[in-house]
Design a protein around this ligand. Structure first.
Ligand code: VG1
Ligand code: CO
Length: 566
């Protein structure tokens, strides 16, 4: 098969954001657009390891996946990559792909992976597509790598392609080709689900979870309701829950992955997973979960739709690590959370005498800490929870972790969470998202707010008769304790004297316009019986009002209400 050199020109804006390059599908469909980016991933992402490398390729099955896999196969072959491990039909959840990288292939290490997803963003012909490069540790490329990829996209003048190579990756099995210049090129098409399911069986005690679900453990069936939102988790969840754990397949919703997610917005939150929230309210189910498009996010609900904030979910898992066989078999050294995530896990770390780290938003910042074995468990308020079993957040893993804890404790979700608050106090959290606002207005809001920061410190701010005094006002900066790299401008942060916080950020995962995220959290001590279990929106109302007033939200965005409240 000949290798052809195709002349091309740079496209503006191929800059990876919080998690890969995400754009509208038509943008990716421009001639050479996808090819350019893939060539730059291979050159800048792999560097001197490109020739002879092995890569895993797959994604959440969204519109354009098949075309993109074809492009990757042809360009990889023409660049001297020796082998691609491709999920059948190009399908792999993000956590499953991370695992496949770490596992190695037929005894040889894998050098990285390409994930085709725009995660929680809608899909379809007018929706979003995305491409993300992961490194040989299984995790998203760190900033210096994505910066190098971006720089390459601004200079590219040609890419290489084995145009004539055609590979049917709908059928599992080995495909071998002879490529000019490089020789043998292999595409191994693998079952998308098996490896991940087997891996989960080594992390959790399936027999015990099964006894919980079937009722053997407590004398009463434990019912789960799971919403895969037509994203990547469906096949994994069906195999795990029905084939291995004895759940009823009728209790698994939207398990068939669809290129447009059935027209939905595959983001597992209270707004976009409302069907699940409503069904859980009936009280028939003990545990509810929803996952995003690529399967790395999770929302956890208890009976009657008791909402577990992701910040609390992380803390509860941290407090109960001993319930999970995987953690029992290793030394748990520390935990981490992203900066906007409420600090509930910090209190658990303190009680256990472990380290805790506060990182910028995005899973890539946890990688070094996990590789250095400083943390075993981490999470983000954006429905991301995971551990060092892989280097991505893992929705299905989080759900299994909850099941394992529930099997161990034999209490309900609300009982476990409320007991946690009574032990540690409660880190009440809410997030307001203003999606798709005008980008100019959003940028002005941030500039306007930051300009006032120096004057904020020491000031008293009040709303609804409650007053808070500003202790810190800054733009969050993070120095990686492992490699010393520094990430600046990671979010505007106001910390009050009582520890309450307001954080303002612009999203880095959108494809058009801007999304403003306002994060609010406050601590209620364990002995404040009156407020401990009150609704979060009531407890945080004064802080929200202060925040909206300070940033002049309505003036800058013309929005009187957020798109999503968590
Ligand atoms: C969002 C979340 C962040 C998460 C990222 C990727 O980023 O806030 O916590 O890591 O999405 O998640 P941003 O920049 O839009 O706030 V996923 O499931 O979309 O890969
Ligand atoms: Co995701």
């Amino acid at each position: 098969i000949p290798v052809v050199e195709v002349p091309t020109k740079p496209f503006a804006g191929q800059k990876p954001g919080t998690s890969g390059l995400r754009k509208r599908v038509p943008e990716f469909q421009q001639k050479h657009y996808t090819e350019n980016f893939v060539q730059c991933i291979l050159d800048a992402g792999l560097g001197s390891k490109k020739r002879g490398s092995q890569l895993v390729v797959g994604g959440d099955g969204r519109f354009l996946t098949m075309e993109a896999v074809n492009v990757i196969i042809k360009i990889a072959a023409a660049n001297g990559v020796s082998r691609l491990i491709v999920g059948q039909n190009g399908f792999l959840s993000t956590p499953a792909l991370s695992h496949l990288i770490r596992k190695g292939h037929e005894g040889k290490p894998v050098d990285g992976g390409v994930i085709l997803t725009a995660s929680h963003n809608p899909g379809g012909p007018k929706g979003d597509f995305g491409i993300k490069f992961n490194c040989d540790n299984g995790g998203p490329a760190p900033d210096h790598v994505t910066d190098a990829i971006y720089t390459a996209t601004t200079k590219i003048d040609k890419y290489f392609s084995a145009e004539e190579l055609s590979c049917d990756f709908t059928v599992p099995g080995r495909n071998e080709y002879e490529v000019d210049k490089y020789g043998k090129f292999v595409v191994d098409v693998i079952d998308s689900v098996n490896d991940y399911v087997n891996f989960m069986s080594t992390i959790f005690d399936f027999a015990k979870i099964k006894r919980l679900l079937t009722g053997e453990l407590t004398g009463r069936k434990f019912r789960v309701l799971v919403d895969s939102m037509h994203g990547a988790t469906g096949p994994y969840v069906s195999t795990l829950l029905v084939d291995h754990l004895g759940a009823d397949s009728n209790d698994l919703l939207r398990t068939v992955p669809k290129p447009d997610f059935g027209g939905g917005h595959p983001d597992p939150n209270l707004t976009y997973a409302k069907t699940l929230v409503d069904k859980m309210k009936g009280g028939d189910y003990d545990l509810g979960a929803a996952f995003d498009g690529d399967g790395d996010r999770n929302m956890i609900l208890g009976k009657e739709s008791f909402f577990v904030t992701p910040s609390d979910s992380l803390a509860v898992i941290a407090d109960n690590v001993d319930a999970i066989p995987y953690f029992r078999s290793k030394k748990v050294t520390g935990f981490a959370r992203s900066m906007p995530t409420a600090g509930a896990v910090d209190l658990v770390a303190k009680a256990k005498g472990l380290e805790v780290f506060e990182t910028p938003t995005g899973w890539k910042y946890f990688g070094n800490l996990m590789d250095a074995q400083r943390i075993a468990l981490c999470g983000e308020e954006s429905f991301g929870t995971g551990s060092d079993h892989i280097r991505e957040k893992d929705g299905v893993w989080a759900f299994l972790a909850w099941l394992q804890i529930l099997a161990e404790r034999r209490e309900s979700v609300p009982q476990i969470v409320q007991a946690h608050w009574k032990k540690y106090g409660r880190n009440v959290f809410t997030r307001y998202d203003y999606e798709n606002v005008d980008a100019a207005g959003a940028n002005l809001l941030m500039t306007f707010l930051e300009a006032q920061f120096p004057a904020f410190v020491g000031r008293q701010l009040s709303a609804n008769g409650v007053t808070y005094k500003v202790a810190v006002a800054d733009n969050f900066q993070y120095k990686d304790p492992i490699d010393g790299s520094v990430a600046t401008k990671q979010g505007l942060r106001l910390v009050f004297e009582d520890g309450s916080r307001l954080v303002f950020r612009l999203s880095g995962t959108g494809s058009a316009g801007a999304t403003i995220r306002l994060y609010v959290d406050s601590y209620i001590p364990a002995d404040d019986a009156q407020r401990l279990c009150a609704p979060a929106q009531d407890l945080l109302k004064p802080l929200v009002l202060i925040a909206l007033d300070l940033c002049k939200m309505e003036q800058f965005t013309n929005r009187t209400a957020p798109t999503v409240i968590t």
